[in-house]
Design a protein around this ligand. Structure first.
Ligand code: MSP
Length: 510
């Protein structure tokens, strides 16, 4: 039965409303070069930010974590003055943001004056809260992890034939530390946090991470040493002490909000790797409670990459270099493939073979093929885009599949399920390719051919609108070819006729 496109739009229009979000990526240590893990977190947050920006307000912060003993030691190893060292080491992280098309609103360097004065402000609030006291710390510290470990969290291991005390969880060497420092009464907040998380189960995701946090709180958390005196590369808080690097680093989220802290802080969503869960789900919320700020709205931890089933590490020589990766495959394929490769929240394994395979099958054969064949055929036959008008049942069904895809993607992305969104998109593209195969416009008479291709181009427009968060460059390229602005409000707006140029391929086969 023939129906008018305009009737379908009236009957099927759905509106989406997204909550405001202040979404954060971790800030990266500058004691080494950026690697795949940094690229992955940055891209994930960028996708979540771009997606929600389509429907509402989103603010995105990222940056570099430049203080602490680990960074100081690296500078010393490199015979370099520390500020000069961090200036040099920060540069590639900043450059990576450009190359990877990361559209942040705020990039915080913790060695900046702006951040330092903000941390001191936060620090004074903390002292005013009455939740700090002076004592001496005796215990294990792993500089590599910049964290303290309890006696039952360390063990002896043989490293290169010599016995070393290491943290069980990370394998990082620990050293015995005894120093006078300021403590934060973290234990005071133990029950309040436990209670809060038990009442708000969706605050931490995925579920396994929620359970991990509950487990840590049930085992009880001791007070936290929040100053250090054995080195000086940090924010000085008097008495020859510097503020513990994690208090300094976590405060970057407040620096990022700047003068708009009251506007954003209720909407804070932290995206982190699973290794830094305790800092974000226990230390940070307790510090916020103590200083009178609201709790984060959500904390979501992603998994870790291995490379060809091995841990990614300098000593194994298998570190995946982000700049090389982007150079080799192009940024949009990298953004798409690494997000497809692992479910967001689970661990995953990187291999060039799988990467190539995914580019060739999903990007070239599925997405590229759909765009190319519809546009090339329309260009050849009509020389211009076609406006959608009459619809047959099968056309309507396909367009409704696209609407469902948008709706399901939206629901998934509210819960940071990037992999669900990408799978929804892939499924509907496959259906659209099947529709083209089935209707075979090349065999049809002129009017029918026109109708099918108009539906095809309408789907390509929607494809471009919905892949924008993950592949912004390719999305813009398609939209430019068909003369459409990159706005989700164009989802239902029919395309105006526009002269087509011969379409060029979107993705290169590898
Ligand atoms: N500076 C702290 C974060 C402070 S946030 C207030 C830090 N920096 S880091 O450079 O070591 O790690 C930054 C992020 O990269 C973390 O979220 C971490 O999980 C992530 N990754 C580091 N290696 C990774 C993989 N192999 N795979 C995936 N992500 C990993 O921690």
């Amino acid at each position: 039965m023939t129906k008018l496109y305009s009737d379908y739009v009236k009957s099927d229009f759905r509106s989406f409303k997204s909550d405001k979000q202040f979404i954060t990526a971790p800030i990266y240590y500058v004691n080494g070069a950026p690697h795949l893990g940094h690229l992955y977190t940055s891209i994930a947050v960028d996708i979540l930010h771009r997606f929600m920006s389509i429907f509402g307000e989103s603010y995105f912060s990222i940056g570099t974590d430049e203080h602490g003993q680990k960074v100081e030691q690296s500078a010393q190893k490199n015979n370099c003055e520390v500020q000069k060292y961090v200036d040099d080491m920060y540069a590639p992280f900043h450059q990576l943001m450009k190359v990877a098309n990361i559209q942040y609103d705020s990039f915080i360097r913790t060695s900046s004056e702006k951040h330092k004065s903000n941390v001191l402000h936060f620090w004074n609030k903390l002292l005013d809260s009455g939740d700090t006291y002076e004592d001496s710390y005796k215990g294990w510290y792993a500089t590599r992890d910049e964290q303290f470990y309890a006696e039952d969290e360390v063990e002896d291991r043989y490293i290169k034939n010599s016995k070393r005390k290491v943290a069980k969880i990370s394998g990082s060497p620990v050293e015995w530390m005894e120093e006078k420092c300021t403590f934060f009464k973290l234990s005071k907040y133990n029950d309040e946090l436990l209670d809060y998380y038990k009442k708000n189960k969706s605050l931490i995701g995925p579920n396994a991470r929620y359970n991990e946090v509950i487990g840590m709180l049930e085992a009880r958390i001791p007070d936290l040493a929040i100053t250090r005196s054995r080195f000086s590369w940090g924010i000085s808080c008097g008495n020859g002490q510097v503020i513990y690097v994690w208090v300094d680093a976590l405060s970057n989220y407040i620096t990022a909000m700047g003068d708009n802290v009251d506007y954003w802080i209720n909407d804070m969503i932290h995206i982190i790797g699973k290794d830094i869960l305790k800092f974000h789900a226990i230390y940070w919320p307790a510090l916020l409670l103590s200083t009178g700020y609201p709790m984060p709205k959500r904390i979501y931890a992603h998994g870790w990459w291995t490379v060809n089933e091995d841990k990614m590490s300098k000593s194994l020589g298998n570190v995946v270099e982000p700049f090389d990766l982007i150079e080799k495959y192009g940024i949009d394929p990298v953004r798409y493939c690494i997000m497809r490769e692992m479910s967001f929240g689970q661990d995953g394994d990187f291999s060039h073979d799988r990467m190539k395979n995914r580019v060739n099958t999903e990007l070239v054969n599925v997405i590229g093929n759909l765009v190319q064949r519809v546009l090339a055929f329309t260009w050849k036959e009509f020389g211009e885009t076609l406006t959608i008008n009459d619809l047959e049942d099968q056309d309507l069904e396909l367009l409704k599949n696209w609407d469902e895809c948008l709706e399901n993607s939206f629901e998934a992305m509210k819960k940071q399920q990037i992999h669900v969104y990408l799978e929804e998109v892939r499924k509907v593209i496959v259906k659209t390719n099947q529709y083209i195969d089935f209707t075979a416009p090349w065999k049809c008479e002129s009017e029918e051919k026109k109708r099918i291709l108009a539906v095809g181009i309408e789907c390509i427009k929607r494809l471009a609108l919905i892949i924008y968060p993950v592949m912004p460059g390719s999305s813009e390229k398609i939209l430019e070819m068909i003369g459409c602005d990159c706005k989700i409000s164009n989802w239902f707006v029919p395309l105006q006729q526009k002269a087509l140029d011969k379409p060029s391929g979107l993705f290169n086969r590898i």
